[in-house]
Design a protein around this ligand. Structure first.
Ligand code: HEC
Ligand code: HEC
Length: 369
Protein backbone atom coordinates (compact mmCIF):
# COMPACT_ATOMS: atom_id res chain seq x y z
CA UNK A 1 0.00 0.00 0.00
CA UNK A 2 2.74 2.43 1.08
CA UNK A 3 4.88 1.51 -1.90
CA UNK A 4 1.95 1.80 -4.31
CA UNK A 5 1.14 5.22 -2.93
CA UNK A 6 4.75 6.34 -3.23
CA UNK A 7 4.82 5.15 -6.83
CA UNK A 8 1.61 6.97 -7.58
CA UNK A 9 3.00 10.16 -6.12
CA UNK A 10 6.27 9.86 -8.00
CA UNK A 11 4.36 9.26 -11.24
CA UNK A 12 2.03 12.18 -10.85
CA UNK A 13 4.70 14.64 -9.78
CA UNK A 14 7.46 15.09 -12.26
CA UNK A 15 10.28 16.87 -10.50
CA UNK A 16 11.26 19.01 -13.43
CA UNK A 17 11.98 22.15 -11.46
CA UNK A 18 12.63 24.87 -14.02
CA UNK A 19 15.52 26.42 -12.14
CA UNK A 20 15.47 29.47 -14.38
CA UNK A 21 11.98 30.41 -13.18
CA UNK A 22 12.26 30.42 -9.47
CA UNK A 23 15.25 30.29 -7.21
CA UNK A 24 14.42 27.77 -4.55
CA UNK A 25 15.56 29.47 -1.35
CA UNK A 26 18.05 28.00 1.12
CA UNK A 27 16.39 25.34 3.20
CA UNK A 28 13.78 24.14 0.70
CA UNK A 29 13.66 21.10 -1.61
CA UNK A 30 12.76 21.39 -5.32
CA UNK A 31 9.16 22.37 -6.01
CA UNK A 32 6.92 19.45 -7.03
CA UNK A 33 4.99 20.08 -10.26
CA UNK A 34 1.87 18.10 -11.20
CA UNK A 35 2.40 16.12 -14.39
CA UNK A 36 -0.66 17.69 -16.02
CA UNK A 37 0.42 21.25 -15.30
CA UNK A 38 4.10 21.75 -16.00
CA UNK A 39 5.20 25.29 -15.31
CA UNK A 40 6.02 27.71 -18.11
CA UNK A 41 6.91 31.40 -17.88
CA UNK A 42 3.77 32.32 -19.84
CA UNK A 43 1.50 30.42 -17.45
CA UNK A 44 3.19 32.01 -14.45
CA UNK A 45 2.75 35.48 -15.98
CA UNK A 46 -0.93 34.87 -16.68
CA UNK A 47 -1.41 33.40 -13.20
CA UNK A 48 0.18 36.46 -11.66
CA UNK A 49 -2.18 38.79 -13.50
CA UNK A 50 -5.16 36.65 -12.47
CA UNK A 51 -3.99 36.63 -8.84
CA UNK A 52 -4.28 40.42 -8.75
CA UNK A 53 -7.49 40.50 -10.82
CA UNK A 54 -10.43 41.99 -8.91
CA UNK A 55 -12.67 40.94 -11.82
CA UNK A 56 -12.64 37.41 -10.37
CA UNK A 57 -15.08 38.66 -7.71
CA UNK A 58 -18.73 39.42 -8.36
CA UNK A 59 -18.51 43.14 -7.58
CA UNK A 60 -14.96 43.49 -8.97
CA UNK A 61 -13.47 44.72 -5.72
CA UNK A 62 -11.67 41.66 -4.35
CA UNK A 63 -8.68 39.77 -5.75
CA UNK A 64 -6.72 36.85 -4.34
CA UNK A 65 -4.13 39.42 -3.27
CA UNK A 66 -6.70 41.27 -1.15
CA UNK A 67 -6.35 38.52 1.46
CA UNK A 68 -2.94 37.13 0.44
CA UNK A 69 -0.99 40.35 0.52
CA UNK A 70 2.48 40.30 -1.03
CA UNK A 71 3.78 42.71 1.62
CA UNK A 72 2.35 40.55 4.43
CA UNK A 73 3.99 37.29 3.43
CA UNK A 74 0.95 36.50 1.29
CA UNK A 75 -1.25 36.35 4.38
CA UNK A 76 -3.49 39.03 5.87
CA UNK A 77 -3.09 41.11 9.01
CA UNK A 78 -6.65 40.82 10.28
CA UNK A 79 -8.27 37.95 12.19
CA UNK A 80 -10.85 37.30 9.46
CA UNK A 81 -10.13 38.53 5.93
CA UNK A 82 -12.71 40.71 4.29
CA UNK A 83 -14.36 39.66 1.07
CA UNK A 84 -16.88 41.50 -1.10
CA UNK A 85 -18.84 44.28 0.56
CA UNK A 86 -16.43 44.21 3.51
CA UNK A 87 -17.93 40.95 4.81
CA UNK A 88 -15.86 38.86 7.20
CA UNK A 89 -14.84 35.44 5.91
CA UNK A 90 -14.85 32.33 8.09
CA UNK A 91 -11.16 31.94 8.78
CA UNK A 92 -7.81 33.59 9.27
CA UNK A 93 -6.03 33.79 5.93
CA UNK A 94 -3.22 31.28 5.44
CA UNK A 95 -0.01 32.39 3.76
CA UNK A 96 0.30 30.77 0.37
CA UNK A 97 4.10 30.87 0.49
CA UNK A 98 5.34 27.26 0.17
CA UNK A 99 1.75 26.06 -0.41
CA UNK A 100 3.32 24.29 -3.39
CA UNK A 101 4.59 21.63 -0.99
CA UNK A 102 1.44 21.08 1.07
CA UNK A 103 -0.35 17.75 0.73
CA UNK A 104 -3.57 19.19 2.17
CA UNK A 105 -4.67 22.78 1.68
CA UNK A 106 -6.94 24.95 3.82
CA UNK A 107 -7.55 24.68 7.56
CA UNK A 108 -9.82 21.68 7.10
CA UNK A 109 -7.83 20.12 4.26
CA UNK A 110 -10.74 20.32 1.82
CA UNK A 111 -8.42 20.60 -1.15
CA UNK A 112 -5.27 18.77 -2.13
CA UNK A 113 -4.12 20.67 -5.20
CA UNK A 114 -3.56 24.34 -5.85
CA UNK A 115 -5.59 24.08 -9.05
CA UNK A 116 -8.62 22.63 -7.26
CA UNK A 117 -8.34 25.13 -4.41
CA UNK A 118 -9.10 28.15 -6.62
CA UNK A 119 -12.82 27.38 -6.74
CA UNK A 120 -13.30 27.85 -3.00
CA UNK A 121 -12.56 31.58 -2.61
CA UNK A 122 -14.14 32.33 -6.00
CA UNK A 123 -17.45 30.74 -5.02
CA UNK A 124 -17.47 31.64 -1.31
CA UNK A 125 -20.44 33.99 -0.81
CA UNK A 126 -18.51 36.33 1.49
CA UNK A 127 -15.13 36.11 -0.26
CA UNK A 128 -15.38 36.60 -4.04
CA UNK A 129 -19.03 35.52 -4.47
CA UNK A 130 -18.56 34.60 -8.11
CA UNK A 131 -18.58 31.30 -10.02
CA UNK A 132 -16.53 29.43 -12.60
CA UNK A 133 -18.90 30.70 -15.29
CA UNK A 134 -18.74 34.26 -13.93
CA UNK A 135 -14.96 34.22 -14.07
CA UNK A 136 -14.80 32.78 -17.59
CA UNK A 137 -17.34 35.33 -18.80
CA UNK A 138 -15.50 38.25 -17.25
CA UNK A 139 -12.11 37.20 -18.65
CA UNK A 140 -13.51 36.44 -22.11
CA UNK A 141 -14.73 40.02 -22.26
CA UNK A 142 -11.35 41.50 -21.35
CA UNK A 143 -9.27 41.96 -24.50
CA UNK A 144 -5.99 42.15 -22.59
CA UNK A 145 -6.32 38.48 -21.60
CA UNK A 146 -6.62 36.86 -25.05
CA UNK A 147 -2.95 37.13 -25.97
CA UNK A 148 -1.89 35.95 -22.52
CA UNK A 149 -4.04 32.82 -22.79
CA UNK A 150 -2.60 32.22 -26.27
CA UNK A 151 0.96 32.47 -24.97
CA UNK A 152 0.19 30.20 -22.05
CA UNK A 153 -2.06 27.61 -23.71
CA UNK A 154 -1.74 27.97 -27.48
CA UNK A 155 -5.01 29.79 -28.24
CA UNK A 156 -7.13 32.56 -26.78
CA UNK A 157 -9.93 30.41 -25.37
CA UNK A 158 -10.63 31.16 -21.72
CA UNK A 159 -11.68 28.15 -19.63
CA UNK A 160 -11.92 27.53 -15.92
CA UNK A 161 -9.32 24.76 -16.15
CA UNK A 162 -6.84 27.14 -17.78
CA UNK A 163 -7.52 29.78 -15.14
CA UNK A 164 -6.75 27.32 -12.34
CA UNK A 165 -3.65 25.99 -14.09
CA UNK A 166 -2.25 29.49 -14.52
CA UNK A 167 -2.97 30.49 -10.92
CA UNK A 168 -1.50 27.21 -9.65
CA UNK A 169 1.65 27.78 -11.72
CA UNK A 170 2.04 31.27 -10.29
CA UNK A 171 1.52 30.02 -6.74
CA UNK A 172 4.27 27.43 -7.20
CA UNK A 173 6.73 30.30 -7.64
CA UNK A 174 5.81 31.78 -4.24
CA UNK A 175 8.35 30.37 -1.84
CA UNK A 176 9.89 31.35 1.44
CA UNK A 177 13.11 30.16 3.02
CA UNK A 178 16.59 31.39 3.87
CA UNK A 179 15.61 32.33 7.41
CA UNK A 180 18.23 32.69 10.13
CA UNK A 181 17.20 29.18 11.20
CA UNK A 182 17.80 27.78 7.67
CA UNK A 183 21.22 29.38 7.58
CA UNK A 184 21.98 27.85 10.97
CA UNK A 185 20.87 24.43 9.72
CA UNK A 186 23.08 24.77 6.66
CA UNK A 187 26.14 25.30 8.80
CA UNK A 188 26.27 28.93 9.92
CA UNK A 189 26.55 28.47 13.68
CA UNK A 190 26.35 32.22 14.28
CA UNK A 191 22.97 32.66 12.56
CA UNK A 192 20.98 31.91 15.74
CA UNK A 193 21.16 33.63 19.11
CA UNK A 194 21.77 31.42 22.16
CA UNK A 195 18.11 31.97 23.14
CA UNK A 196 16.86 30.80 19.71
CA UNK A 197 19.12 27.74 19.92
CA UNK A 198 17.67 26.85 23.32
CA UNK A 199 14.21 27.47 21.87
CA UNK A 200 14.89 24.99 19.06
CA UNK A 201 15.99 22.38 21.60
CA UNK A 202 12.70 22.86 23.45
CA UNK A 203 10.74 22.84 20.19
CA UNK A 204 12.13 19.46 19.17
CA UNK A 205 12.58 18.16 22.70
CA UNK A 206 10.64 18.70 25.91
CA UNK A 207 7.93 20.94 24.43
CA UNK A 208 7.20 18.45 21.63
CA UNK A 209 6.12 21.07 19.08
CA UNK A 210 7.94 19.22 16.30
CA UNK A 211 5.53 16.29 16.59
CA UNK A 212 3.01 18.32 14.59
CA UNK A 213 5.05 21.27 13.27
CA UNK A 214 7.24 18.65 11.58
CA UNK A 215 10.69 19.74 10.55
CA UNK A 216 13.60 17.87 9.03
CA UNK A 217 16.00 18.86 6.29
CA UNK A 218 14.00 16.67 3.89
CA UNK A 219 10.69 18.13 5.14
CA UNK A 220 11.49 21.71 6.18
CA UNK A 221 7.89 22.93 6.39
CA UNK A 222 7.14 23.08 10.13
CA UNK A 223 3.89 21.26 9.46
CA UNK A 224 2.93 17.62 9.10
CA UNK A 225 0.05 18.83 6.87
CA UNK A 226 -2.13 16.71 9.13
CA UNK A 227 -5.06 17.58 11.42
CA UNK A 228 -5.03 18.00 15.19
CA UNK A 229 -7.36 19.21 17.89
CA UNK A 230 -5.59 21.67 20.18
CA UNK A 231 -8.90 22.99 21.50
CA UNK A 232 -8.39 26.49 20.11
CA UNK A 233 -12.04 27.40 19.62
CA UNK A 234 -13.62 24.46 21.41
CA UNK A 235 -16.99 25.39 22.91
CA UNK A 236 -16.81 28.87 21.39
CA UNK A 237 -17.49 28.12 17.76
CA UNK A 238 -19.62 25.71 15.77
CA UNK A 239 -16.76 25.22 13.31
CA UNK A 240 -15.60 21.64 13.75
CA UNK A 241 -12.74 21.85 11.22
CA UNK A 242 -11.67 18.56 9.66
CA UNK A 243 -14.86 16.90 10.91
CA UNK A 244 -16.85 19.03 8.46
CA UNK A 245 -15.09 17.14 5.65
CA UNK A 246 -14.71 13.61 7.00
CA UNK A 247 -17.64 13.42 9.47
CA UNK A 248 -15.35 11.17 11.54
CA UNK A 249 -15.97 11.72 15.24
CA UNK A 250 -12.28 11.86 16.14
CA UNK A 251 -11.79 14.75 13.69
CA UNK A 252 -14.01 17.10 15.66
CA UNK A 253 -12.19 20.37 16.29
CA UNK A 254 -9.11 19.28 14.32
CA UNK A 255 -7.44 21.78 12.00
CA UNK A 256 -4.47 21.45 9.69
CA UNK A 257 -1.18 22.24 11.37
CA UNK A 258 -0.05 25.59 9.99
CA UNK A 259 3.53 26.16 8.89
CA UNK A 260 5.53 28.33 11.27
CA UNK A 261 7.64 30.05 8.64
CA UNK A 262 7.39 33.85 9.01
CA UNK A 263 5.08 33.29 11.95
CA UNK A 264 6.47 36.24 13.92
CA UNK A 265 5.34 38.54 11.10
CA UNK A 266 1.94 37.00 10.36
CA UNK A 267 -0.23 37.65 13.44
CA UNK A 268 -3.03 37.10 14.26
CA UNK A 269 -2.91 33.35 14.83
CA UNK A 270 -4.96 30.17 14.68
CA UNK A 271 -7.75 29.24 12.25
CA UNK A 272 -10.00 31.99 13.58
CA UNK A 273 -7.28 34.55 14.25
CA UNK A 274 -8.22 34.69 17.93
CA UNK A 275 -4.67 34.94 19.27
CA UNK A 276 -2.80 38.13 18.69
CA UNK A 277 0.74 37.42 19.87
CA UNK A 278 3.25 34.59 19.99
CA UNK A 279 3.30 35.00 23.74
CA UNK A 280 -0.42 34.22 23.84
CA UNK A 281 0.16 31.11 21.70
CA UNK A 282 3.06 29.89 23.84
CA UNK A 283 1.04 30.45 27.04
CA UNK A 284 -1.80 28.45 25.46
CA UNK A 285 0.50 25.45 24.84
CA UNK A 286 2.18 25.79 28.22
CA UNK A 287 -1.23 25.44 29.85
CA UNK A 288 -2.03 22.34 27.77
CA UNK A 289 -4.42 23.79 25.19
CA UNK A 290 -8.18 23.79 25.83
CA UNK A 291 -9.51 20.60 27.40
CA UNK A 292 -12.11 18.77 25.31
CA UNK A 293 -12.99 15.15 24.52
CA UNK A 294 -10.98 15.15 21.28
CA UNK A 295 -7.86 17.00 22.44
CA UNK A 296 -4.83 15.56 20.65
CA UNK A 297 -2.85 13.33 23.02
CA UNK A 298 0.31 15.23 22.13
CA UNK A 299 -1.07 18.37 23.79
CA UNK A 300 -0.41 18.39 27.53
CA UNK A 301 0.52 21.01 30.11
CA UNK A 302 4.18 21.93 29.68
CA UNK A 303 4.50 24.34 32.58
CA UNK A 304 7.17 26.32 30.77
CA UNK A 305 9.30 28.80 32.71
CA UNK A 306 9.51 32.46 31.70
CA UNK A 307 12.89 31.75 30.16
CA UNK A 308 11.56 28.74 28.23
CA UNK A 309 8.78 30.88 26.80
CA UNK A 310 11.19 33.63 25.77
CA UNK A 311 13.47 31.02 24.18
CA UNK A 312 10.64 29.43 22.19
CA UNK A 313 9.61 32.86 20.93
CA UNK A 314 13.20 33.68 19.96
CA UNK A 315 13.27 30.45 17.97
CA UNK A 316 9.94 31.23 16.26
CA UNK A 317 11.30 34.66 15.37
CA UNK A 318 14.28 33.04 13.67
CA UNK A 319 11.90 31.48 11.12
CA UNK A 320 11.24 34.77 9.33
CA UNK A 321 12.81 34.44 5.91
CA UNK A 322 12.94 35.75 2.38
CA UNK A 323 10.11 35.78 -0.13
CA UNK A 324 10.73 34.69 -3.72
CA UNK A 325 8.08 36.94 -5.27
CA UNK A 326 9.29 39.45 -7.80
CA UNK A 327 6.65 41.13 -9.92
CA UNK A 328 6.68 39.83 -13.49
CA UNK A 329 9.45 37.28 -12.94
CA UNK A 330 7.42 34.82 -15.00
CA UNK A 331 7.20 37.00 -18.09
CA UNK A 332 8.55 35.13 -21.04
CA UNK A 333 10.45 34.39 -22.99
CA UNK A 334 12.96 34.20 -20.20
CA UNK A 335 15.97 34.69 -22.45
CA UNK A 336 14.60 38.10 -23.44
CA UNK A 337 14.40 39.27 -19.85
CA UNK A 338 17.08 40.37 -17.46
CA UNK A 339 18.08 37.49 -15.19
CA UNK A 340 16.35 37.67 -11.82
CA UNK A 341 18.67 38.75 -9.03
CA UNK A 342 20.28 35.79 -7.25
CA UNK A 343 19.71 37.38 -3.86
CA UNK A 344 16.11 37.25 -2.81
CA UNK A 345 14.70 40.39 -1.28
CA UNK A 346 14.15 40.18 2.45
CA UNK A 347 11.06 41.57 4.10
CA UNK A 348 12.64 45.01 4.41
CA UNK A 349 13.30 45.16 0.69
CA UNK A 350 9.77 44.03 -0.08
CA UNK A 351 8.33 46.76 2.07
CA UNK A 352 10.49 49.37 0.41
CA UNK A 353 8.93 48.63 -2.96
CA UNK A 354 6.65 51.39 -4.12
CA UNK A 355 3.24 50.50 -2.76
CA UNK A 356 1.01 50.27 -5.78
CA UNK A 357 -2.54 49.04 -5.55
CA UNK A 358 -1.77 46.13 -7.78
CA UNK A 359 1.75 45.19 -8.78
CA UNK A 360 0.48 44.70 -12.29
CA UNK A 361 2.05 47.93 -13.54
CA UNK A 362 -0.18 48.90 -16.40
CA UNK A 363 0.95 47.71 -19.76
CA UNK A 364 3.83 45.68 -18.39
CA UNK A 365 2.00 42.46 -19.17
CA UNK A 366 1.57 43.31 -22.84
CA UNK A 367 2.30 40.22 -24.89
CA UNK A 368 5.83 39.84 -26.10
CA UNK A 369 6.22 39.74 -29.86
C1 HEC B 1 -11.67 37.16 1.28
C2 HEC B 1 -10.34 36.70 1.51
C3 HEC B 1 -9.71 35.73 0.56
C4 HEC B 1 -9.67 35.79 -0.82
C5 HEC B 1 -10.30 36.80 -1.72
C6 HEC B 1 -8.86 34.66 -1.23
N1 HEC B 1 -8.42 33.95 -0.15
FE1 HEC B 1 -7.21 32.33 -0.16
N2 HEC B 1 -7.50 32.09 1.79
C7 HEC B 1 -8.27 32.91 2.58
C8 HEC B 1 -8.50 32.27 3.86
C9 HEC B 1 -9.33 32.86 4.99
C10 HEC B 1 -7.84 31.03 3.82
C11 HEC B 1 -7.94 29.92 4.84
C12 HEC B 1 -9.34 29.42 4.51
C13 HEC B 1 -9.75 28.13 5.07
O1 HEC B 1 -8.93 27.26 5.30
O2 HEC B 1 -10.97 27.96 5.25
C14 HEC B 1 -7.21 30.94 2.49
C15 HEC B 1 -6.45 29.88 2.04
C16 HEC B 1 -5.88 29.80 0.80
C17 HEC B 1 -4.98 28.76 0.37
C18 HEC B 1 -4.52 27.57 1.19
C19 HEC B 1 -3.12 27.72 1.69
C20 HEC B 1 -2.73 26.54 2.53
O3 HEC B 1 -1.52 26.35 2.75
O4 HEC B 1 -3.60 25.81 3.00
C21 HEC B 1 -4.65 29.02 -0.94
C22 HEC B 1 -3.71 28.20 -1.83
C23 HEC B 1 -5.35 30.22 -1.31
N3 HEC B 1 -6.07 30.67 -0.23
C24 HEC B 1 -5.31 30.78 -2.57
C25 HEC B 1 -6.21 31.78 -2.97
C26 HEC B 1 -6.41 32.17 -4.36
C27 HEC B 1 -5.70 31.56 -5.55
C28 HEC B 1 -7.34 33.17 -4.36
C29 HEC B 1 -7.95 33.90 -5.54
C30 HEC B 1 -8.61 33.07 -6.52
C31 HEC B 1 -7.70 33.39 -2.96
N4 HEC B 1 -7.01 32.52 -2.17
C32 HEC B 1 -8.60 34.36 -2.55
C33 HEC B 1 -8.75 34.14 2.25
C34 HEC B 1 -8.93 34.56 0.95
C1 HEC C 1 -0.83 18.18 18.41
C2 HEC C 1 -0.17 18.91 17.36
C3 HEC C 1 0.52 20.21 17.73
C4 HEC C 1 1.50 20.43 18.66
C5 HEC C 1 2.17 19.41 19.58
C6 HEC C 1 1.83 21.84 18.59
N1 HEC C 1 1.07 22.45 17.63
FE1 HEC C 1 1.09 24.41 17.17
N2 HEC C 1 -0.55 24.16 16.00
C7 HEC C 1 -1.16 22.95 15.73
C8 HEC C 1 -2.42 23.20 15.07
C9 HEC C 1 -3.39 22.13 14.58
C10 HEC C 1 -2.56 24.58 14.97
C11 HEC C 1 -3.79 25.34 14.42
C12 HEC C 1 -4.87 25.21 15.47
C13 HEC C 1 -6.14 25.96 15.15
O1 HEC C 1 -6.10 27.01 14.53
O2 HEC C 1 -7.20 25.47 15.56
C14 HEC C 1 -1.35 25.15 15.55
C15 HEC C 1 -1.06 26.52 15.57
C16 HEC C 1 0.13 27.06 16.03
C17 HEC C 1 0.54 28.42 15.87
C18 HEC C 1 -0.24 29.50 15.11
C19 HEC C 1 0.27 29.62 13.70
C20 HEC C 1 -0.59 30.47 12.80
O3 HEC C 1 -0.08 30.90 11.77
O4 HEC C 1 -1.76 30.70 13.09
C21 HEC C 1 1.77 28.55 16.45
C22 HEC C 1 2.62 29.81 16.53
C23 HEC C 1 2.11 27.28 17.01
N3 HEC C 1 1.09 26.37 16.73
C24 HEC C 1 3.27 26.99 17.70
C25 HEC C 1 3.47 25.81 18.41
C26 HEC C 1 4.50 25.62 19.42
C27 HEC C 1 5.53 26.66 19.82
C28 HEC C 1 4.34 24.35 19.91
C29 HEC C 1 5.09 23.69 21.05
C30 HEC C 1 5.00 24.37 22.32
C31 HEC C 1 3.24 23.75 19.19
N4 HEC C 1 2.73 24.67 18.30
C32 HEC C 1 2.79 22.46 19.37
C33 HEC C 1 -0.69 21.71 16.08
C34 HEC C 1 0.24 21.49 17.09
Amino acid sequence: MGAALALLISLSYARTAPDDQVNVPVGLPPVPYPADNPSTPAKVALGEKLFFETGLSSDRTVSCASCHKPDHFFADQVALSKGIGGHDGDHNSVSILNAAYATHLLWDGRSITLEDQVRYPVAHPREMASSKEGVVKFLSGEPSYGPLFRQAFGDEAVSWERVTKAIGSFERTLLTGNSAFDRYQSGDGTALSPAAKRGFELFRGAAGCIQCHAYSQAHPFFSDFDFHNTGVSWGRSSDLGRYEITKAREDKGAFRTPSLRNVAATAPYMHDGRMTSLREVVDFYSDGGTKNPFLDEKIKPLNLSERDKADLIAFLESLTGDVSYRPHAGLGPISALPAPPKEMPGRAALLQRPQVKSPRHDGALEPHP
